[in-house]
Design a protein around this ligand. Structure first.
Ligand code: ZN
Length: 378
């Protein structure tokens, strides 16, 4: 484990645990665990990252120079030493300015091209840390339910680490994605139906197998790895963007981005945190619906149907956490509830006899004004 890591904090009950004493959910309450770090470690790394001259001093090098591969550049603020890290040189992806879209919207738009990771997605960052943890904890096999991309990444990183991998994918996952799981040497279980069916099949066997789960928000490391997106955005832009729009499935990317920006703000490396937006396909948008309705927990989508298969997650594992993140950087659920109640003439968002005007109608929806940045899906 890295020297600067101080352990885990349970995001539900606030209990603290040492890194070696917990591998997945909170031992006390089954809440989501979040890695924590010494303040001095964060400050020292941020100072080194930005040369003590504020944000914008280029791509981070960690403290070992440009020989560090992948997430090893961020090792001082990750739970594992660079020597422990299972890496395929993930991260450090391009930030492309999208001139036409920017001109149309009259803002500067950049695309963080996570497709440049080895298996083509942000899940490479996630699996670098999550598979490292599996190896550190002595696992021989890793397993997860996935819409596909996570299975590719898990197979590739498990292969790199010398571990076996088992992916449970819905039958509607694309042929190319299924093929790549096998190309990387992964065991694949194709389950008839959609993601919830794959998740159910996974849950039926995981307790009986000596497999290390990489399921979404079961391992504390997938969202943790995504915080490196925030570090890279600030390093590339020279300042935090005004807003980040993130294609969102379970919520790892959104939660990780928020954590990264929080760490940078705590030490003064940045002076403000961006607004965060979750983008979801119209045929499966539980977070967007919950956000609009002012709900604390997303309601599962009964009949998901979208061509964005990777984002067809009807019940996000990090749903409540992702909503908290959206609240923290934008208007709160309390404010939206109040707007609803005011429009309905009642104190309850579910009360009233008439249908209220939706407070999130297009005329009142807040929009980013400058420098939105899109980042890869999770
Ligand atoms: Zn707990």
């Amino acid at each position: 484990m890295t020297d600067g890591g101080s352990g885990f904090r349970c995001l539900d009950c606030d209990e603290r645990f040492e890194f070696g004493t917990a591998t997945h959910r909170c031992p006390d309450c089954r809440g989501i665990l979040d890695p924590t770090y010494d303040e001095e470690t964060l400050a020292a790394f941020h100072d080194r990252l930005f040369g003590g001259r504020g944000a914008g001093d280029g791509i981070p090098d960690g403290d070992g120079g440009r020989t560090d591969a992948g997430l090893g550049r961020f090792a001082p603020v990750l739970p594992f030493d660079r020597e422990q890290l299972v890496t395929l040189d993930e991260g450090g992806t391009s930030l492309l300015e999208c001139h036409d879209v920017g001109d149309e919207a009259d803002v500067d738009v950049f695309l963080k091209d996570e497709g440049r990771n080895g298996t083509g997605g942000i899940q490479d960052r996630e699996m670098a840390l999550a598979v490292t943890a599996a190896r550190v904890h002595g696992a021989s096999d890793v397993a997860l339910p996935t819409t596909g991309n996570g299975g590719q990444a898990a197979a590739a990183y498990a292969g790199r680490a010398g571990l076996a991998s088992h992916s449970f994918v819905p039958s509607r996952t694309t042929f190319a994605t299924k093929a790549m799981i096998n190309v990387h040497g992964g065991d694949m279980n194709v389950v008839g139906g959609r993601y919830p069916d794959a998740r159910e099949a996974f849950e039926e066997v995981i307790d009986d197998e000596a497999w290390h789960s990489l399921a979404p928000f079961e391992t504390p490391y997938r969202h943790e790895a995504c915080k490196t997106l925030a570090y890279e955005l600030v390093a590339s832009l020279g300042a935090p963007p005004d807003a980040v729009v993130h294609p969102t499935g379970h919520g790892h990317g959104l939660v990780g981005l928020d954590k990264g920006f929080r760490e940078l703000a705590r030490t003064g490396a940045i002076d403000r945190r961006p607004r965060l937006y979750a983008a979801q396909p119209a045929g499966c948008a539980p977070l967007v619906a919950a956000w609009k309705n002012g709900e604390d927990t997303p309601q599962p989508v009964d009949h998901p149907d979208t061509i964005c298969g990777a984002l067809e997650i009807p019940a996000p594992a990090g749903g409540s956490l992702a909503l908290d993140v959206l609240d923290a950087t934008r208007e709160s659920r309390r404010a939206r509830r109040a707007a609803w109640a005011s429009a309905a003439g009642t104190n309850s968002p579910n009360g009233g006899s008439s249908t209220p005007a939706r407070p999130w109608s297009s005329s009142t929806r807040r929009r980013p004004t400058a420098k939105p940045t899109c980042s890869g899906a999770t």
